[in-house]
Design a protein around this ligand. Structure first.
Ligand code: ARG
Length: 501
């Protein structure tokens, strides 16, 4: 665009790649498309319009730009919004393209929009404006997943299932305890997303290139209009800082890592016949007609690799970048968008898979005692009767070498008796009576006995679920409060704009 509002001249200029900012000297050439972020900037198109409006309003309120010029600029921004990102003229990025479009509609006075700012504070503000919404969406997805986990856990507090360490049968637990463990982990992921929101929701606008401005700008006013709860004070820090993206991507990487563990537990559970995924979350083989594969969860698991890659890409791009703006930063941003999109979608898919999965209590129970996994309970009972735990551990370990996977409870008791007689010169019943022992050797009895806080006994899991529901409600309230604060700010902002147009 030529910037003089002359349609014909503007079209010629556009054809040669000129814009209001670059004119002929920096137009065209082999590196133009390499340098452009215009396509990727579709993500911040709405953000840039908001930032342009807030800045223009502030300029008018401060008497830096005349009211009628501001009104014309705000009107043109309305046209740009209505036409959409795809209708933007050429430009190195969305900021330049929108400015070109505004100048094309308003004439040279449209160029007043960029008074007292730089694309450096502009882009940093746009990214924060958009990323905070993404963080809230992701936090909400994590809350939905937690709700699905809590509901399923509450239904399965009595469903005994094998628990593993080192992928070896370890101790019986319950499906409820397993799912509640993930609800706790995802709760921390929500906390991380909300913490990242706090530091994202700060305004860099008014920092200009990095060194402030001679104009009497009101940075608090633009921050308020845009719903930011404070400004990033130092102008050089404001334009350079992307640690809010690092923190957010760290939260996405952590959340996706949590999801990947849950995905694996469900994949293994499906393999063992303990859980049946809904068909909507499974796929089949193109050759083996009998197969039902847990593809959705395998993809969820792989997303953790993408999110870790995004975090690494971001860290590597930011490492060693000096003050202030460097164009490297343009390539930092898409890592964050990718992490947002894949992690949020994976969270939603996981929530659906958890909510629709059918647990087979009988199949779970049949495997729960495999590998003499109730052994620890016997050692605990001997220790409770006065034997040093280490001696009890040794006694049960000796018995374990004689106990097969398919041994009955009676055979297990015989082996334990033999080991007791050999090492204690006393019978086992001197320490634990037969019926207690039989109970502890059953997976259900073993689980019921482990009722310490956070343990798998149904009552302990029920208590945990209450706490987890409280924390869910607290986090949901925090997300709602942030959304409300943004909506209130937006209403005031719209009203302020409407006074001009
Ligand atoms: N497209 C740029 C980015 O994403 C906008 C800022 C350009 N600033 C500059 N000084 N070239 O970072």
């Amino acid at each position: 665009m030529s910037g003089n509002g002359d349609g014909a001249a503007g079209d010629d200029a556009a054809a040669s790649g000129e814009t209001v900012i670059r004119r002929e000297r920096f137009a065209g050439g082999p590196a133009r498309s390499f340098m452009s972020s215009l396509d990727a900037d579709a993500r911040i198109f709405a953000a840039d319009l908001a930032v342009d409006r807030a800045h223009t309003l502030m300029l008018a309120e401060q008497g830096i730009v005349a009211d009628d010029d501001a009104a014309a600029i705000l009107g043109a921004l309305g046209s740009v919004e209505a036409a959409g990102h795809d209708a933007l003229p050429e430009g190195e990025d969305v900021h330049e393209a929108i400015e070109s479009a505004v100048v094309a509609e308003v004439g040279p006075a449209g160029g007043k929009m960029h008074t007292a700012r730089s694309r450096n504070d502009e882009v940093a503000t746009c990214i924060r404006y958009r990323f905070r919404e993404d963080l809230l969406d992701a936090a909400e997805a994590s809350l939905d997943l937690r709700a699905a986990l809590l509901d399923a856990a509450a239904e399965q507090t009595d469903t005994v299932v094998p628990g593993f360490t080192h992928r070896q049968h370890a101790q019986p637990t319950t499906v409820g305890h397993l799912l509640a463990s993930y609800a706790g982990a995802v709760a921390r992921d929500t906390e991380r997303l909300l913490a990242a929101y706090e530091r994202t929701n700060r305004s860099p606008l008014g920092a200009a290139a990095f060194a402030g401005t001679t104009f009497d700008v009101d940075r608090e006013r633009t921050a308020e209009l845009l719903g930011f709860h404070e400004v990033v004070e130092n102008a050089a820090d404001a334009v350079t800082a992307r640690d809010f993206l690092l923190e957010g991507c760290g939260a996405f990487a952590a959340l996706s890592t949590t999801l990947s563990g849950l995905a694996t537990d469900l994949i293994e559970g499906a393999k063992d016949g303990h859980v049946d995924l809904d068909d909507a979350y499974a796929s089949t083989s193109s050759i083996m007609p009998q197969k039902k594969n847990p593809d959705s969860l395998e993809l969820v698991r792989a997303v953790a690799g993408d999110a870790a890659g995004d975090l690494t890409g971001l860290l590597t791009t930011l490492k060693g970048l000096p003050r202030a703006y460097n164009r490297d930063l343009q390539r930092a941003t898409p890592h964050a968008w990718d992490a947002v999109d894949i992690t949020t979608e994976a969270t939603e898919v996981t929530a659906g898979a958890v909510a629709t999965a059918e647990w087979d209590a009988a199949a779970c129970a049949a495997d729960a005692g495999a590998g003499f996994s109730t052994a620890t309970g016997v050692a605990d009972a001997l220790a409770a009767a006065g034997l040093p735990f280490r001696s009890a551990h040794e006694l049960v370990a000796v018995a374990a070498t004689e106990i097969d996977d398919d041994a009955t409870v009676d055979e297990q008791i015989d082996a334990l008796d033999a080991a007791a007689t050999a090492s204690l010169d006393d019978s086992l019943s001197a320490y634990v009576d037969q019926s207690t022992l039989a109970d502890l050797l059953s997976p259900a009895g073993s689980v019921a006995a482990r009722d310490s806080r956070g343990g798998p006994a149904a009552a302990a899991v029920d208590e945990s679920l209450t706490r987890l529901r409280d924390s869910h409600a607290d986090h949901a309230a925090a997300v709602d409060a942030h959304r409300e604060a943004l909506a209130t700010a937006e209403d005031r902002f719209t009203a302020a704009v409407n006074e001009y147009v």
